[in-house]
Design a protein around this ligand. Structure first.
Ligand code: UN1
Length: 505
């Protein structure tokens, strides 16, 4: 297995990667760190002032809102080109700062490139309807206008892709962006920020179209509370969403929330079991269990339960854990010790509830990397869906439960507070359609014969219940970044009133 790289080498490499993207760190209280060694990467900059950023964003908005959308798209096109040019550097930076394996770091940059392509096309398709008017000589239609500065609060686990889903749409929609990245991943944000500034500069866009504001809870809270920020898009825990949402609602702002998930897969007796096992292992152990779409609950038909658990456990035992930048590694580190402690506490609670840890769950590589937290992904069989199974622990724990009847499986599936992503493994058309039908999965994402994670950007991304209800990325999610205006135009010489009302003067 790979050895953990020397911290000094990583720190030096980080400096090169940042410079290659044109990013500069400054002295300040915001510190960067790598979960690969657990060591510090030095200062990233100073915590920013949201009020000042909002003022600057409004100056940019004055210009940007009347810039034609296809011209706005040019900035996003250039950003997409720069992301392509810097894909390997940015991907490596994501690996260093978030601990993702190399292909997932690169995949995250690809997700940014994809949404840029999508948004460029969208910049010529921000269309409204023309609706039949009941009045002669009248036209009824809807138009979509820019809304104003968008606050983006992003999480450590997708430190750049989730920003790009919001930013690419917001920029073509005519909205400046104020980005408060996770305080665990400031460097990747600075690198993307620098590439964005280059794209904006080269296209003569106004200054401050994108502002990266480093900081923590205070900056997030200020963004939520600021009257000058009509849209706040926040990704993170449900606990964070509970703080942000009421503050935005109290000022009648718009919140786009992407909060916790507790995603499940149902494995039916007709499933292609080998395919199911591959899908399960990627979704549950990939990204070290730190995706909001990570598979956390396995609901398996009793007739295949033991076989599936055994196969997943076997696959888990041979998962290469270690340096995420090394060839062959599939599981990198957890983001920090707090994560590892929460994982251990959850495993203890699950065992107290009658669960059995079939594989994994313990710490790895602690001799080599005492300040880093590598954990072996765990699979735990549970006698039922206890409270710990119903809560999201942001670590690689997969709880397995048996079912006898599909209706019971779906009821169990939906019987959690979160509603992000879900899946069923089956070759039975009736079961598949039932699962994605109106009385099936209650999640924003419901898949058949793939796990719940790893969505493409073309669909709308988000979920219901404690996941927050927001939709980002593809489909018509762009509407969340614009204001809808209904227009009635009278091109006749008369003034007929709607609903046949008479008001002759
Ligand atoms: C997240 O974990 O916040 O569907 C986003 C997926 C990725 C995005 C995850 N495309 O797993």
């Amino acid at each position: 297995m790979s050895t953990i790289p020397q911290h000094d080498e990583l720190a030096k490499r980080t400096g090169h990667l940042l410079a290659a993207c044109g990013a500069k760190v400054t002295n300040g209280d915001q510190m960067a760190r790598t979960p690969i060694t657990g060591g510090s990467l030095g200062a990233a900059g100073a915590a920013g002032d949201i009020g000042a950023a909002v003022d600057r964003a409004h100056d940019a908005f004055e210009i940007w809102r009347t810039t034609p959308a296809p011209v706005r798209g040019n900035v996003v096109r250039r950003l997409g080109e720069l992301l392509r040019e810097h894909k390997s550097q940015l991907g490596e930076l994501v690996s260093i700062e978030a601990g993702k394996i190399r292909s997932e770091g690169l995949g995250e940059v690809q997700e940014m490139i994809d949404i840029c392509d999508f948004a460029v096309g969208l910049s010529r398709q921000l269309h409204g309807l023309t609706i039949a008017s009941e009045r002669p000589g009248h036209r009824l239609m809807e138009t979509w206008h820019p809304m104003g500065p968008v606050g983006v609060i992003s999480a450590f686990n997708f430190p750049v892709a989730v920003w790009s889903w919001n930013a690419a749409l917001a920029i073509v929609a005519g909205d400046p962006v104020i980005w408060k990245p996770s305080d665990k991943t400031p460097l990747t944000a600075l690198a993307c920020g620098a590439l964005f500034q280059q794209a904006a500069r080269e296209n003569g866009a106004p200054e401050h179209l994108l502002q990266v504001v480093l900081g923590g809870g205070k900056q997030g809270a200020d963004l939520a509370a600021h009257e000058g920020v009509p849209i706040v898009s926040a990704t993170g825990s449900t606990a964070m969403g509970r703080k942000v949402a009421p503050v935005v609602a109290a000022r009648f702002g718009r919140a786009i929330l992407e909060l916790g998930g507790n995603n499940a897969a149902i494995v039916a007796p007709s499933a292609d079991l080998d395919l199911a096992v591959r899908g399960i292992v990627f979704s549950a152990a990939g990204t070290a269990g730190q995706r909001c779409t990570t598979l956390r609950r396995l609901i398996v038909h009793r007739s295949v339960h033991d076989e599936i658990v055994e196969k997943v456990a076997k696959a888990y035992e041979s998962l290469p854990i270690g340096d995420p930048l090394a060839d062959g590694t599939l599981v990198g580190p957890l983001i920090d010790g707090g994560s590892f402690d929460r994982m251990q506490a959850a495993l203890e609670t699950a065992q107290g509830d009658g669960g059995t840890v079939v594989a994994g769950g313990d710490r790895a590589l602690d001799d080599e990397a005492p300040d880093a937290f590598y954990a072996r992904p765990a699979i735990v069989t549970m006698p039922g869906q206890t409270e710990i199974v119903r809560s999201e622990t942001f670590a690689p724990i997969l709880y397995a439960m048996a079912y006898d009847d599909l209706d019971d499986a779906i009821a169990l599936h939906n019987e959690v507070p979160q509603g992000l992503a879900s899946s069923i493994f089956t070759t039975d058309l009736r079961e598949a359609e039932t699962f994605i039908g109106a009385a099936g999965s209650d999640c924003g994402i419901a898949n058949v014969n793939i796990g719940p994670s790893g969505a493409e950007i073309g669909g709308a991304f988000g979920g219901e219940k404690e996941t927050g209800g927001g939709r980002e990325s593809g489909s018509d999610a762009w509407k969340g970044y614009m204001r809808r205006q209904t227009n009635t135009v009278n091109y006749s010489r008369d003034l007929p009133l709607a609903q046949g009302v008479n008001f002759d003067v």
